[in-house]
Unconditional design. Structure first.
Length: 523
């Protein structure tokens, strides 16, 4: 259970970092028009003109001003409650710590989108900041520091449809959190942190400092969709077939501290790993006793300075083979075309294949067909129309980008199927999406309830017909009911049908008729 000091510290930090970056425009005499114009030109120089979207915003001092207002509000809060008093005490220290971290150094943002002849769009963005803070834990933790060719290019398998990689330094994020609590927190809060650190060390055999220090400066995630294998996902009375997916996570490590710790903890839980050698790496797999249509056997491997965690053994072997033979995603024509002209040395890259969007559309379509039932579903039909119209945006899921952390700010360049108009349309359709998110489930729930009630009424008709047939034929409890005979006492001389496709069982005299759908029962 979280202690009061930790809760109070969390309140203070959340108030600081979650402040909306929206404020009233400062008075004209508080800003230097020449400096504003200079910053505008600096941001503009990083962008491309002549497209369908260009955005430049000067936000110098905006976040600092908002934090100041929040702190002013906190100071005015009555401090009768001990937790509130501690939160106010810590909040007064937040301003200095955020300044020290470099969060206030953000002074501008720009973005441009220029359509290309091949249907893609050239996209650039620039987050401008004071260069003096480029090496602080905050920015190193968010984007990394040194630009280089990321190892994810070697390990991402050829059938990856989505990859996100970054040179983020997780150890710096831990330093930011640890030092923040020590600097902002009270003595009681710091003592609670130290106690947690000691407890973690006793449980794992290594301090958090040692664990984070063993991490390198890269992390990546990739989603693969098999080109040969398919998985059948049960969906009510139907099923949906999709390309077999797999997940791969990579973390740069300096040693085997974390991999060995994971293996030890799993063994302590009774999940003895199955080990095997492949491509010069030792693989440790866990077999989970859980039935699944998708292969699930969590596997860990370390090759050089990269620790790989996969959803199954196959994806780990694919990653190791790709790194060994150079046959991974980076060798494919689609990847090369997507990243043509983009910097190979960077602080991060992202990639979404055309297959990802196609697979998502197919999956959504199959889901809607399975959910619509035999008689069709108006809500599903409406969503299908939205999907086919392109309003849901899944027809634009394709692109590639690289991020570079320069002293003056963070530059992102790339190509995307989504253009400026689609971005604006996406914001414009947010209210419609919210309304649909509320209305469609409500409609579906109402329709399901109506069908359930209709089925229960059918069961009542069948039960009443059984009684009449039994009385007319002097039948006793336990006698087998005659379907044709019972049907004579139902309008239309036939048993009704369940509106959701369930099967009726009439049962013997004295027992209630039943529907195969569990929720459809006589009350």
């Amino acid at each position: 259970m979280t202690s009061r000091p930790v809760r109070a510290c969390a309140i203070a930090l959340l108030l600081a970092v979650s402040t909306p970056c929206i404020a009233q425009q400062p008075a004209p005499n508080e800003r230097d028009p020449a400096a504003v114009a200079q910053r505008f030109d600096e941001i503009k120089s990083r962008l491309d003109e002549g497209g369908d979207l260009i955005l430049i915003a000067n936000v110098e001092g905006l976040l600092e001003e908002q934090i100041g207002k929040i702190l002013g509000v906190i100071d005015a809060i009555p401090q009768a409650d001990p937790d509130a008093a501690k939160a106010v005490e810590m909040a007064r220290k937040v301003d200095g710590y955020l300044r020290k971290c470099g969060l206030y150094a953000i002074n501008g943002f720009g973005m441009s989108v220029v359509p290309q002849a091949d249907g893609m769009n050239q996209i650039k963005s620039f987050l401008s900041r004071d260069g003096a803070v480029a090496g602080t834990p905050l920015w190193r933790g968010l984007t990394g520091f040194k630009q280089r060719r990321l190892m994810a290019l070697d390990y991402a398998p050829a059938d990856a449809v989505m990859v996100s990689a970054s040179s983020i330094e997780l150890g710096q994020i831990w330093v930011l959190i640890r030092d923040g609590i020590r600097e902002i927190g009270t003595d009681e809060t710091v003592a609670a942190l130290d106690q947690w650190i000691e407890g973690s060390a006793a449980m794992t055999g290594a301090t958090p400092d040692a664990l984070f220090a063993s991490l390198g400066d890269e992390a990546f995630f990739s989603l693969q969709l098999s080109r040969e294998k398919e998985a059948v996902i049960p969906m009510g009375n139907s099923s949906v077939t999709i390309p077999t997916p797999s997940i791969l996570i990579g973390l740069a490590v300096k040693d085997k501290t974390i991999p060995d710790l994971i293996t030890q903890r799993l063994t302590a839980m009774g999940l003895t790993p199955i080990t095997q050698e492949f491509r010069g790496a030792s693989l440790s797999s866990m077999t989970l006793p859980v039935p699944s249509p998708i292969p699930v056997s969590p596997t860990i491997a370390v090759r050089g300075n990269m620790m790989l965690i996969g959803s199954d053994v196959g994806v780990i072997k694919s990653a190791l083979s790709a790194a060994e033979e150079g046959t991974g995603l980076a060798s494919t024509d689609e990847f090369k075309k997507a990243f043509a002209g983009l910097a190979v040395t960077n602080n991060g890259f992202s990639f979404i294949s055309a297959r990802a969007g196609a697979a998502l559309r197919e999956y959504q379509s199959s889901m809607l067909k399975a959910a619509s039932g035999p008689d069709g579903n108006p809500a599903s039909a409406m969503v299908a129309q939205l999907q086919n119209s392109g309003l849901m945006g899944n027809d634009k899921l394709q692109g590639a980008s690289v991020t570079q952390n320069w002293k003056s700010g963070i530059v992102t360049s790339g190509r995307s199927r989504q253009g400026g108009r689609e971005m604006i349309m996406g914001y414009a359709l947010i209210p419609i999406g919210i309304a649909a998110a509320v209305a469609i489930p409500s409609f579906q729930k109402s329709r399901t309830a109506a069908q359930q009630n209709a089925c229960i009424n059918n069961l009542r008709q069948i039960d009443a017909a059984k009684e009449q047939w039994a009385m007319a034929g002097n039948k006793a409890e336990g006698d087998v009911a005659d379907l044709e005979g019972i049907a004579e006492y139902i309008r239309g001389n036939a048993l009704p049908l369940c509106p959701q496709g369930g099967d009726y069982t009439v049962n013997a005299i004295g027992d209630d008729p039943e529907c195969s759908l569990p929720a459809h029962r006589l009350r």
